[in-house]
Design a binder for this molecule. Structure first.
Ligand code: SAM
Length: 297
């Protein structure tokens, strides 16, 4: 069965009475070169455990299963399970779980799979993500500090541009810093909207996020680093002295002192700061006795 052919997809839809649920971000791939590039780019090996998010009718699942030790695919839409039962029937190393990935205990799932199947390789997440929850999924994978080695995911091109961006660019923002804090980011492939059924309004891109052994910067208080980043970008047109004092409810004079101690000019804007510079500001605030950055109303 050629799962990439629009004709096959329509036949499966008719056979199982399936209708695309727009609200679940169901845009299925019709170009085999994309899963191939994702599997190759993520470096999946025969001892690896792959967790797939949103298998749809199973194109990426099947491609991953050819290379991996085991694939666990998490699909929220129960109507797709009988279809996956048919399309993936020849693979013995695939398990499909019907669940919302955002509500799934992934640490437990990974632990169980590794112990049950004695896998000795890497743990890799892949997926053509449902676009309405791209950022929550990525942040869940990172903030839960799961034992994963890489995340290879397709997303809306504009979101990929933001995640990859560096200081000084229009796309640079809190999401760039949040992801780059945990991962090395590279682009595997750009994907035009024409290769999906139904066709979405926007183009896509696949990013490879390789989890760092050490975070990009070491800070005294991680939560404060992200408070500073959010404060800076919350009002990105303002200078740092204004955005940080406004969001943190701190006297401007205190912020001026903090910025001076961190060696950062007070009239710079958040979009020009590297993660190392945000870390210096956060550490200066943390080390100031009585700093009310996080607690003052
Ligand atoms: N992997 C398939 C492909 O590339 O053709 C389908 C990708 S489609 C963009 C996204 C998939 O994620 C759909 O199958 C959708 O039902 C599923 N999905 C949506 N929300 C989900 C959630 N919260 N948890 C798990 N899967 C979800």
């Amino acid at each position: 069965m050629n799962l990439y052919s629009p004709k096959t997809i329509r036949q499966l839809k008719d056979k199982y009475g399936f209708r695309f649920a727009k609200g679940l971000g169901q845009n299925f791939l019709t170009d085999p070169s994309v899963p191939e590039a994702m599997v190759r780019g993520s470096g999946i090996g025969p001892q690896d455990l792959v967790i797939e998010i949103g298998p749809g009718i199973g194109v990426l699942t099947a491609a991953a299963a050819e290379a991996a030790g085991r694939v666990v695919a998490i699909e929220v839409d129960g109507r797709l399970l009988p279809i996956l039962g048919e399309t993936l029937q020849e693979y013995e190393n695939i398990e499909v779980i019907c669940a919302d990935v955002l509500k799934t205990d992934l640490a437990q799932l990974i632990d169980e799979q590794i112990r049950t199947y004695g896998l000795t390789g890497a743990v890799r997440v892949i997926g053509n993500l449902p676009y309405y929850i791209t950022t929550p999924i990525i942040m869940k994978l990172l903030e839960e500090e799961l034992p994963i080695d890489s995340i290879t995911v397709m997303m809306q091109k504009e979101v990929a541009d933001r995640i990859e961006a560096g200081p000084g660019s229009r796309e640079y923002g809190a999401i760039s810093l949040a992801v780059q804090y945990y991962c090395r980011v590279s682009r595997i492939i750009s994907v035009p909207k024409e290769v999906f059924l139904p066709r979405p309004k926007v183009d896509s891109a696949v990013l490879l996020l390789e989890l760092r052994e050490e975070k990009a910067v070491r800070v005294k208080d991680e939560a404060r680093l992200f408070t500073c980043i959010r404060a800076g970008f919350g009002q990105r047109r303002k200078t740092l002295v204004n955005s940080l004092s406004g969001a943190g409810n701190l006297p401007k004079e205190t912020v001026r002192e903090v910025l001076a101690a961190a060696g950062i000019e007070e009239n710079r804007r958040a979009e020009t700061l590297s993660i190392e510079e945000f870390a210096k500001i956060a550490d200066e605030l943390t080390s100031r006795e009585g700093s009310s950055w996080k607690t003052e109303a």
